[in-house]
Design a protein around this ligand. Structure first.
Ligand code: NAP
Length: 269
């Protein structure tokens, strides 16, 4: 590989699944890497393979992103390492069972990994990239944002948060030349399903994407300048319609007077 180095990408959840594919693809695009996850051996294996195949510099940070001290350590690296030009907020977990089957600690852990950690890392990266007047933040959400009725509620809500955060960050960082992309995968064949005891191909036969295809598509979306990339969605007009409907609400959402239908009737007064 002879491409010029174009900065360093910090990728969370890079020991397997979607994050490991991002690591491979970004190294091939010319990024040096910082790979973050809990499992040191898998991170080191990925790092060694990528170094051998691409010649890039690959660092590893072993961190449990449910641990506030570990998140601070990664945030600090984002803020103080001027070579970092890309954050991929990818690490995420699901529940084993539903919200009523899990102890409060499991719900808190999901929120810590899927909401708190990406928020704090995006805040650190956003600040640093805005100062450097360049950078990109990729946040991995999910299509379950749109179908909470059919999926476990804490996970789908955590992913809805990621979409909202990304839309807001993109608006705030636009003038600083910092790009934001929310990637919303559909069902993708990774260990996230087996970790929670599911065989995704039985659950959704014929509808499961390979992680390689997902990441390659997400990078096409990035290259096109998309803010929201939904790789399985053939008709992108469906997203445009939803987004336009949401934006059309804007001018109507704060008024001095309550809407007519909520005015108490004379008989109720
Ligand atoms: P995966 O194969 O289970 O990989 C998850 C990655 O996150 C692993 O590298 C894991 O490494 C890391 N991780 C988990 N808990 C962590 C923690 N507490 N601290 C640090 N790292 C942690 O899952 P995936 O499917 O690739 O998921 C990647 C992202 O895609 C997630 O945000 C997920 O919600 C999203 N997504 C996936 C699908 C799908 O169908 N696969 C669909 C929509 C969205 P360690 O275990 O080594 O820490």
């Amino acid at each position: 590989m002879s491409k010029a180095i174009i900065g360093t990408a910090l990728i969370t959840g890079a020991s397997g699944g979607i994050g490991a594919i991002y690591a491979d693809r970004l190294a091939r695009r010319g990024y040096d890497l910082i790979l973050v996850a809990r499992t040191a051996e898998r991170l080191e294996e990925n790092a060694a393979r990528i170094r051998a195949q691409t010649g890039r510099t690959v660092d590893v940070i072993v961190a449990d992103l449910a641990d506030p001290a570990a998140v601070s350590g990664v945030s600090e690296r984002l803020e103080r390492d001027p070579a970092i030009s890309l954050l991929v907020n990818n690490a995420g977990i699901t529940l084993n069972g539903g919200m009523f089957d899990n102890a409060p600690e499991a719900l808190e852990r999901l929120i810590a990994v899927n909401v708190t950690a990406p928020t704090l890392l995006a805040a650190a990266a956003g600040r640093a990239f805005a100062d450097r007047k360049t950078g990109t933040i990729i946040n991995i959400g999910s299509v379950v944002t749109f179908i909470p009725e059919t999926f476990e509620g804490v996970y789908s809500s955590s992913k809805a948060y990621i979409l909202n955060l990304s839309l807001s960050l993109a608006a705030k960082l636009k003038d600083a030349d910092v790009r934001v992309q929310a990637v919303l995968p559909g069902a993708t064949r990774t260990e996230i399903w087996t970790r929670s005891g599911h065989d995704v191909d039985s659950l959704l036969p014929g509808k499961v994407m390979d992680a390689e295809d997902l990441v390659d598509a997400a990078l096409v979306g990035l290259d096109k300048g998309e803010l929201v990339t939904i790789p399985p969605l053939e008709d992108d007009g469906l997203w445009d319609t939803l987004d336009a409907a949401r934006l059309a609400l804007g001018p109507h959402l704060s008024q001095r007077d309550v809407a007519a239908r909520y005015r108490p009737t004379a008989s109720a007064a």
